[in-house]
Design a protein around this ligand. Sequence first.
Ligand code: FES
Length: 169
Amino acid sequence: MSLLMALRRLARVRFGELSRRTAAAAAGTLSSGGGLSGSRSFTAGTRTLRSDKVTINFINRDGEKITVKGSPGDSLLDVVINEDLDFDGFGACEGTLACSTCHLIFDEEVYKKLGRVTDEELDMLDLAYGLTETSRLGCQVCLTKSLEGIVARVPESVTDIRQSKDESA
Ligand code: FES
């Protein structure tokens, strides 16, 4: 994860989620930074052990199941990027809530466990192709251990609102 992405995510952190997300962001970004030596001992203490990883089953556009693991605190977009999954056009805005290309569909039981949907996410979801009652944006869903084994379906197509704007100009 790039430092820029981590900083963007930290900027969006809501108060109630602060400790969980901060620990994960620190583990993913500060460990390789040379200029933040004061944080090194903290980073080492929060590095995610392999056994702490969360299993996610993505169903791609061809209906194939792809099973990968992610760290608690990572978004599903982070997982797609880290695992180099080839979902064409996925995550075009790099998690800045500007495209809806990270649209994922969940089973109802899983959807209920994903946490609160912000108004900003709802606004962007309205523009997503194939929106369902259990749709979320992958860049806004962060992993927790309670999400172990979830299935996330990639819709058949994507809508990138930024391209629509570009084409109409
Ligand atoms: S990656 Fe663009 S809204 Fe999620």
